[in-house]
Ligand binder design. Sequence first.
Ligand SMILES: Cc1cc2nc3c(=O)[nH]c(=O)nc-3n(C[C@H](O)[C@H](O)[C@H](O)COP(=O)(O)OP(=O)(O)OC[C@H]3O[C@@H](n4cnc5c(N)ncnc54)[C@H](O)[C@@H]3O)c2cc1C
Length: 471
Amino acid sequence: MEHFDLLVIGSGPAGRRAAVQGAKLGKSVMVIENRLRLGGVSVHTGTIPSKTLRETVLNLSGWRERGFYGLSYRVKKDIEGKDLGARLRMTLNHEIEVLEHQFARNGVRTFGGMARFLDTNRVCVTAHDGDETVFGFDHAVIAVGTTPYRPPHIPFNDHSVLDSDSLVSEPRVPRSLTVVGAGVIGIEYATIFSALDVPVTIIEPKETILDFIDREIVEEFTHELRQRGMTIRFGAKVEKVEVDEQGWAVSTLADGRRIRTDMLLYAAGRSGATEGLGLENCGIVPSDRGRLKVDPVTFQTNVRNIYAAGDVIGFPSLASTSMEQGRIAALHACGAPMPPAPQFFPYGIYAVPEISTVGLTEQEVRNQGIPYENGIARFRETSRGHIMGLESGMMKMIFSLETRKLLGVHIVGEGATELIHIGQAVLNLGGTLDYFVENAFNYPTLAEAYKIAALDAWNRMPHNVPVANIE
Ligand SMILES: Cc1cc2nc3c(=O)[nH]c(=O)nc-3n(C[C@H](O)[C@H](O)[C@H](O)COP(=O)(O)OP(=O)(O)OC[C@H]3O[C@@H](n4cnc5c(N)ncnc54)[C@H](O)[C@@H]3O)c2cc1C
């Protein structure tokens, strides 16, 4: 039986980072992956495919230029599934090559098959041909991610009724689309297809969406979606989905309304991929949605030499945070000093338009009783926004009245997921409003919105001292 210092199950962002970190600390590392190729959900069906699809749609549809050339402007007239698929395959192959090279460079071993714990120091791996191999380990990281939740009453056929995995396996442009579930994945795909002028209906049982995002930003966002003709039904529950004779999906809502569309994307959550992992053999109990509980600082499960990281431990379920969790788990497992965890992580929603946020929302600031002031900038107020023909986009910054410290940045609009990192840096370094007022920003840029929003807040801050160069 081969024995490893660190055994990682799953090669998605959490597993990949854990493995490379362990190898960099001189440990023997084995990664077990049950897909035919490395990369996890992130590379094969999640982050990379959805963002590639988004980029393809925005480029081919000429979306970013419509502010200038009008709503009927197109770069390519008839956009088909094969246009979307071609770029997906190229990006995916490139991503996997980079990952394989990274593992090879760092001496990380990989083995294909389904891992199952035999006890707290051994796993059995069933390869695709049925062969079984047992590996021993000192420490293990469970980074198995999630699979789409597929309730039995939904007639998935992977053509007209799909989940987010099947949507990208053979992408096609539907004539109309229903999206069930307005979580991040549902919202992203709904808005991406809407940018292709596909009529889209979103159905969400709750009365609100994206509850971890600042309410003002969500209101701005939903207003924009409605303006461009999307139908959003909050507080509506799907009772039944059927496929009719023409192969279209027919959803019946609890109040009797029916919605018939060429395609239905069911995006009502994901479950931890812990089934068949043999957790019962080592005394770890997953939740009913397959999620694992860990120590939030070390990422250890209740079994101290077995760690869990990434989507399998739940919120925020992002590739970005999964990587960091995997790295911290490996550092702890290998007895290396752990860096202090940053207080605030950025969140990005790659809808059309993008949303990104870091720090406290206005609701959180109020709940904590912190006296605060907001500053708002509209992208159309920036010269870069004029040049780009932007009609929408907004940044909101929140500052403490007492310390002038930045408390949160919330952005909706073009480039939000990149712009946020300026706010993230200032926030995590404990910076104040004065940083934005006193420093020069490249001109013309969208980042200038930081200065505009900071000055907007400054105008209302008490005991202001005169600031030079304010127009
Ligand atoms: C449509 C979609 C869009 C997304 N967009 C974004 C985004 O824009 N930004 C972002 O940050 N995040 C995004 N995410 C989330 C991101 O993909 C996940 O957070 C990330 O993939 C989680 O990484 P992970 O390492 O936990 O596991 P995963 O990436 O899920 O990988 C786990 C791997 O483990 C394998 N595995 C499972 N069980 C076993 C076993 N028993 N033995 C061996 N192997 C096993 C699985 O096959 C899989 O390959 C998106 C997700 C989806 C679905």
